[in-house]
Design a protein around this ligand. Structure first.
Ligand code: PGA
Ligand code: ZN
Length: 416
């Protein structure tokens, strides 16, 4: 097995024009490179990012010294990074430094094996492309709170392939933009490339999105369905959920009732973080009531932690997990969370962050690990499109639309 000959980091810039960490790991004849993303609606249990100059310095000194000469083997290398950091939240060396190095190790190993990362991770496993969740309207922390709900997304449940999902999404995205422009209700695009709309209520976004699906020539709920990320941790203040747009606050019970009403009236198949990260009871109660009709996803609620996932499972909270490598810090811990989700019978979605770059690693992780869904933001801006386009290339390499496509399997049982 190849030994690491060098590790370096540099400061680069993300999609919000903020500094972030890029790391490179070299072995003889091969090199891997990766960039840390950054969230805006972060969970309190996430690995902590530190000042980028400090993070870069830590990679170029301590981390380099520890990793050079070591075998290029993901599990032991990630453990070395965890031990070297020595804190429970990776706040000494920085979650941003650690995730960049961890991912760069994987890229270096794939390069040394002369394989694309997805193939290297998959080994002999039979592969399928993940089903995309793609944002059409952006709100929450990604649009200065102009809308309370953070992500209004589409899932092309009737599409036959990843590539076809993107084709359909492009049509819905353009139709949605045209509707808003016509109503003079368009501010621009939010952080993840979704339209930044001027709506009066959150429900108006659901009506407009359903309308845009129809305008694009698709049947809402049969061809194209809706997924939401409420990102409710952001709405929680002083014991109530605040809907600033609608100038009202809700108890957990009232929020529960509001969401059930939305599920009744709109073709919703997935809801992420319907309650705040500490509200396990509300999450479990919602999952009991709605979990046979919609996917209930924990993002801030699980922060890609295997431990939190197991605790959530014991309480009956959520039935799916968002997997964000930088939320937990290393690839090995991300994989452990995915494996725990599989064992628990939970669904899973590999996800980007709101602050992203040209780095496309997460698409390779989703395919290579066999994670059935992928969320990378909207259908505009190159930090998003780089990832969707990488998926097109991988689907082509895998044999195109001859592949099984899991969308119907994931969502159809929930339509009843
Ligand atoms: P974040 O948002 O990257 O700003 O945390 C993404 C999400 O909530 O899914
Ligand atoms: Zn989220």
């Amino acid at each position: 097995m190849a030994k690491i000959v060098d590790v370096i980091a540099r400061q680069v810039w993300d999609s919000r024009g903020r500094a972030t960490v890029e790391a490179e790991v070299s072995v003889k004849g091969a090199r891997g490179r990766a960039i840390a993303p950054a969230g805006a609606s972060t969970g309190s249990g996430e690995a902590k990012s530190i000042d980028v100059r400090q993070a870069v310095h830590g990679v170029n000194t301590e981390i380099r010294k520890t990793l050079v000469g070591k075998k290029l083997e993901q599990g032991p290398l990630d453990q070395l990074l965890i031990d070297l950091d020595g804190t429970p939240d990776k706040s000494r060396l920085g979650g941003n430094a650690i995730v960049a190095v961890s991912l760069a190790c994987a890229h270096a190993a794939a390069a040394a094996a002369k394989q694309p990362l997805w193939q290297f991770l998959a080994g002999k496993r039979a592969l399928a492309m993940p089903v995309p969740q793609i944002q059409i309207f952006g709100g929450g922390a990604h649009a200065q709170g102009r809308m309370d709900v953070q992500d209004f997304m589409v899932v092309c449940i009737g599409a036959g392939s990843f590539t076809e999902s993107l084709q359909w999404t492009a049509q819905v995205y353009q139709a949605a933009g045209a509707r808003l422009a016509k109503r003079n209700a368009l501010y621009g695009v939010a952080d993840e490339g979704g339209w930044w709309p001027a709506f009066k209520t959150n429900e108006e976004a659901l009506a407009e999105l359903t309308g845009a699906i129809s305008d694009a020539g698709f049947e809402p709920g049969a061809d194209v369905a809706i997924a939401l990320d409420i990102a409710a941790t952001q709405l929680w203040r002083g014991g109530r959920y605040h809907l600033a747009l609608e100038n009202r606050t809700l108890s957990a019970d009232q929020l529960h009732t509001m969401l059930l009403g939305w599920i009744e009236r709109y073709p919703i198949v997935s809801i992420e973080d319907p309650f705040a990260e500490h509200h396990a009871e509300a999450m479990a109660s919602f999952t009991r009531t709605a979990g046979n009709r919609v996917q209930v996803v924990g993002d801030d609620f699980f922060v890609t932690s295997e431990k939190k996932l197991l605790e959530g499972k014991a309480k009956g909270a959520c039935n799916a997990v968002l997997l964000k490598p930088n939320q937990v810090g290393t690839l090995t811990e991300t994989l452990a969370c995915w494996q725990a989700a599989q064992a628990a019978g939970y669904g899973a979605i590999v996800s980007a962050r709101s602050g992203e770059t040209e780095d496309v690693s997460i698409v390779h992780l989703a395919v290579g690990w066999g994670v059935p869904q992928l969320k990378v933001g909207s259908f505009a801006r190159s930090e998003r499109m780089a990832k969707w386009n990488e998926g097109i290339r991988i689907e082509e390499a895998l044999g195109g639309n001859k592949l099984p496509y899991p969308a119907r399997k994931i969502f159809n049982w929930r339509k009843a």
